[in-house]
Design a protein around this ligand. Structure first.
Ligand code: F6P
Length: 349
């Protein structure tokens, strides 16, 4: 009797809305193709800790609208320990897997690409609110974070108008400004600050001049969105957090909003207040777009596995779902297209 084909699925890196929709689509499509599907828990660690669970049509139903990931995730990489990759291969073999689908951002997918070159039959699905994975127009989670940030900016505008004040909102995005650019454009922000356009002293002066000018001509409020990775005079602003997986303090991005808010208030004399969305922009139910993108990516990933087209990542090119070589996304990130930024810039000031 033919042995049942087994497919593994894991989610690595930061969680985001839409991951569960992708798990659902990958698992249900693979089950229809005759696979038994095994979810590896907490990212690559699940192979080391032997933590996994069978995914069936029952426990992958009713999750399309759930935020986070039912498998758990971690930022742990097998390349950070001695013989880590070998232990992943051993875990893979122990489960009797034929192949693996990996949902990740640039870090997890780079890891997947390295393991593929070492012989692991893997297919990637790009997910991150940052939208900084190369070779795909959008990543799962991005549109939801843009929607959350846009709603926050709309709310800040109403309170800015009432006081009147300059309201700053800090959003995530790591070292790119996709969330800030799209949410800033959608909410009509008066200025958008992103890592792709580092702020120097002159840039800060120009921003303050614009805000002061608005005030002088009677528009007594402004809304400014700043991406967390924006550099101020060549430096990013960070915060310390304790990462148990590394048993040490790690240095996360965050805090540029407060630094900039203080500068603006001092230089313009305008009342300035700062908000930060932090993890709120990464939680909760995915918008319809992300559910559909995740579903289409999940089906495509299952088809790539069926056809043994490993070393590929599902991708959105224009409005077409396709696939690209995983190695092409392994190094570096996709920065904001300055055409998009220039469109938003028309409405600054
Ligand atoms: O990569 C997604 C992301 O939310 C980034 O936008 C942010 O800088 C980072 O994760 C935060 O990392 P952590 O969840 O480890 O604090």
């Amino acid at each position: 009797m033919e042995e049942t084909k087994k497919l593994g699925i894991l989610t690595g890196g930061g969680d985001c809305p839409g991951i569960n929709a992708a798990i659902r689509a990958t698992a249900k499509t693979a089950i229809q193709m005759g696979y038994e599907v095994i979810g590896i828990r907490n990212g690559w660690r699940g192979f080391i800790d032997n933590e996994n669970k069978i995914l069936d049509s029952h426990n992958t139903s009713g999750i399309i609208d759930r935020g986070g990931t039912i498998l758990g995730t971690s930022r742990w990489s097998p390349f950070q320990i001695e013989k880590g990759p070998q232990r992943v291969f051993d875990g893979f073999k122990k489960l009797g897997l034929e192949a693996l689908v990996v949902l990740g951002g640039d870090g997890t997918l780079s890891c997947a690409s390295r393991l593929y070159k070492m012989g692991l039959p893997v297919v990637g699905i790009p997910k991150t609110i940052d939208n900084d994975v190369k070779e795909t127009a959008y990543t799962i989670g991005f549109q939801t974070s843009v929607q959350i940030a846009t709603e926050a900016l709309d709310r800040l505008r109403s309170t800015a108008e009432s006081h009147p004040r300059v309201m700053l909102l800090e959003v995530m995005g790591r070292h790119t400004g996709w969330i800030a650019t799209f949410a800033g454009m959608a909410s009509g922000a008066d200025a958008i600050l992103i890592p792709e356009i580092p702020l120097d002293e002159e840039g800060v002066e120009e921003l303050c001049r614009m805000l002061g000018e608005r005030n002088r001509r009677g528009t007594t409020f402004s809304v400014v969105v700043v991406a967390e990775g924006t550099e101020l005079e060549g430096k990013t602003v960070g915060k310390h957090s304790f990462d148990i997986s590394k048993k040490e303090k790690t240095y996360g991005l965050g805090g540029i909003g407060n630094v900039l808010g203080e500068l603006i208030g001092r230089k313009t004399g305008l009342e300035t207040r700062v908000s930060s969305l932090d993890y709120i922009q990464r939680g909760g139910t995915p918008v319809a777009y992300d559910r559909s993108l995740a579903t289409a990516f999940g089906v495509k990933a299952a088809e790539l596995i069926r056809d043994k087209k490993y070393g590929q990542m599902t991708a959105l090119k224009g409005n077409k779902i396709t696939s690209v070589l995983l190695e092409k996304v392994a190094d570096g990130v996709k920065t904001v297209s300055l055409n998009a930024y220039r469109i938003a810039q028309i409405f600054f000031g």
